[in-house]
Design a protein around this ligand. Structure first.
Ligand code: ADE
Length: 243
């Protein structure tokens, strides 16, 4: 999978993705990540990429030409049209489901805006989807793009050590994850749940599933409305909702 980011601040991405799991994925060729400076595509002699907005109002708006030129340059390399996402507080809120969906694209382009925004015409021309990472406004789309890249990349088969790693984690099956423990077995008089050292695989699985339901009911009860629970599990969840 190939992900290109169109940004005025490519250096913001280098350190974030130059370490750990995403670095290993790019080194192994599972993912190609590029951070493309929109300013490099400006034809202005001062490399300007923004200008004053038409109508009243302050601030600067990113011009359409450099963004479109960068987009065309990246598109020419691809056999199929890249899927273009504009990072924006106006977009649909990013979810785990969306990350799983995005990993299917061969070539993604994430466009990061700055200043007061981006000229609407280039958005109308190239953008397939707008994505927000939450109902608050960031100074630019870069931090949002990082969240989308990280969550999407770890869903690509082979990026994590084992696909098991995410089949139990929070949000994968609509529930939050059960609690995890490691050594030592007793810490500050707190013991690990006995069941985990029982060796009964099936009972441990049942305990984990019940803990997932309990934690989801207590912390994010609204998730239970769409989580795939059996009738018996729905009854079990009620115990925690009523409290
Ligand atoms: N750009 C500014 N705020 C944003 C947000 N909440 N999500 C995505 N992109 C943004």
């Amino acid at each position: 999978m190939k992900i290109d980011v169109l940004t005025l601040f490519p250096e913001m991405f280098e350190s974030v993705f130059g370490v750990s799991i995403i670095k290993r994925a790019t080194d192994n060729g599972l993912l190609s990540l590029r951070f493309v400076n929109i300013r490099d595509f400006s034809e202005d002699k001062h490399k300007r990429v923004d200008d004053y907005p038409y109508g009243a109002g302050g601030g600067l708006v990113m011009q359409p030409m450099p963004i479109f030129a960068a987009y065309e340059h990246l598109s020419e390399e691809s056999e199929e049209k890249p899927y273009v996402i504009y990072m924006s507080p106006q977009g649909k809120t990013f979810t785990q489901k969306k990350a799983i969906e995005l990993k299917e694209h061969k070539h993604l382009i994430l466009l990061c805006g700055h200043y007061e925004g981006v000229d609407q015409r280039v958005l109308d021309e190239i953008v397939d989807e707008e994505i927000s990472i939450g109902d608050y406004v960031l100074t630019g789309g870069e931090i949002a793009a990082m969240a989308v890249i990280d969550a999407t990349a770890r869903m690509i088969p082979g990026v994590l050590d084992s696909e098991d790693t995410f089949s139990h984690e929070s949000h994968f099956d609509g529930l939050l994850e059960y609690p995890q423990y490691t050594r030592p077995p007793v810490w500050r008089e707190r013991e690990i749940p006995e069941i985990l050292v029982s060796g009964h695989h099936a009972r441990i699985e049942k305990w984990r599933r019940e803990k997932s339901i309990e934690i989801t009911a207590k912390k994010r009860p609204e998730l239970l409305k769409t989580a795939p629970l059996t009738e018996k599990e729905k009854e079990f969840a009620k115990k925690f909702l009523e409290n």
